[in-house]
Design a protein around this ligand. Structure first.
Ligand code: BEZ
Length: 338
């Protein structure tokens, strides 16, 4: 069994077609078929059911695909890490979720450039979840996101918790009320925008619900009924559920900008990290919440086994900005095992 055979198998399994897999791998179709036949003969197992179109994997083939694709990804990760270790790039590639760009990221990068004038930084807008693969492939060296990830290749540090504020249309009856309570917001349409949902282990269920809102509206979207034991994995619904509240109605949109656009248009309310409260202030009123623990974490992620040499400077810049602004944080350092 060799890597060429395994890559040919993965290409056929992914594309369900010999000709598409041949194009993808740059092999001729007869060479690709030969590699697959050889793999099956070596293993003594039929992996691909060739009699149906599109092609199907046999049960054994599906099992093999699941396991071997993980191993091949790990081989790619190790190869890329070894290359970076032997010749670290002079550029620091930083992945970030959009919400941190509205906050301190620009100031942190400016501070880093003051501390390290020779540094070359490349910024990439990339979701929290996709940052994990981007770190492994070497597309980014460090990622800033708002979700914790459990991954054997990745180390993360929690930088701080940022408070959520409520975003309401200026015409809303509560628009000028300072220090809002979640229960007073529950009768509004809540606009949801998170792409990544919470890991199941950190969720609560609505079995804890104590406040039940009565409504006659038929298209009630926050449909999590109190008897359900399914965990709530959407972050904003999770926050409401921690206070035993199930919002009256929800609308889900693709990102935070769209959510704030809908709030500006009077279509509902949402919660955003406090650093967003400078966006669309002509149409949106941002108010603090009384609940101190309604916060959004900011995590820094990097590989466990390879920490880019400029990352310690970046961490120093982050803590410097926090100190300048009087932001509470708990200092942590990466352990570079390289
Ligand atoms: C922050 O707001 O704490 C932050 C933003 C971007 C990168 C790191 C930290």
């Amino acid at each position: 069994m060799d890597l060429k055979q395994l890559n040919a198998f993965i290409a056929v399994a992914d594309l369900r077609s010999f000709s598409a897999a041949a194009t993808k791998t740059g092999l001729s179709q007869p060479s690709l078929s030969r590699l697959l036949k050889q793999l099956e003969t070596d293993m003594g197992v039929v992996l691909i059911d060739r009699y149906h179109r599109p092609l199907h994997l046999t049960e054994a083939g599906s099992f093999f695909y699941d396991k071997i694709s993980t191993i091949l990804t790990e081989i790619d990760t190790v190869t890329s890490m070894t290359q970076r270790l032997s010749a670290p790039s002079s550029v620091l590639n930083i992945g970030f979720v959009p919400s941190v760009l509205y906050g301190l990221l620009p100031e942190i990068i400016a501070t880093l450039k003051q501390f390290s004038p020779d540094i070359d930084v490349n910024l990439k807008d990339i979701s929290s979840y996709q940052q994990m693969d981007a770190l492994k492939s070497g597309e980014i060296d460090i990622g800033f996101g708002r979700f914790a990830h459990q991954d054997p290749w990745i180390q993360q540090i929690l930088l701080r918790h940022e408070r959520y504020v409520v975003a309401l249309p200026k015409s809303h009856p509560l628009a000028n009320v300072r220090k809002q309570r979640l229960i007073d917001l529950a009768n509004n349409r809540l606009i949801l925008y998170h792409q990544t949902h919470l890991p199941v282990s950190s969720t609560v269920t609505t079995e804890t619900a104590t406040h039940k809102l009565s409504t006659s509206r038929v298209n009630r979207a926050a449909k999590h009924d109190a008897s359900s034991s399914e965990p709530i994995t959407e972050p904003l619904l999770h926050l409401f559920a921690q206070y035993g509240i199930s919002p009256f109605m929800t609308t889900t949109v693709s990102d935070l900008q769209v959510a704030l656009g809908l709030v500006a248009a009077g279509e509902g309310i949402t919660l955003v990290p406090a650093s967003l409260q400078t966006v669309r202030t002509e149409q949106i009123s941002y108010q603090r919440l009384v609940h101190e623990n309604v916060t959004s974490p900011i995590y820094l992620h990097t590989l466990k086994d390879f920490v880019h040499p400029k990352i310690p400077d970046l961490l120093t810049a982050i803590y410097h900005v926090y100190e300048q602004r009087g932001i509470t944080y708990r200092q942590q350092n990466f352990v570079s095992q390289a």
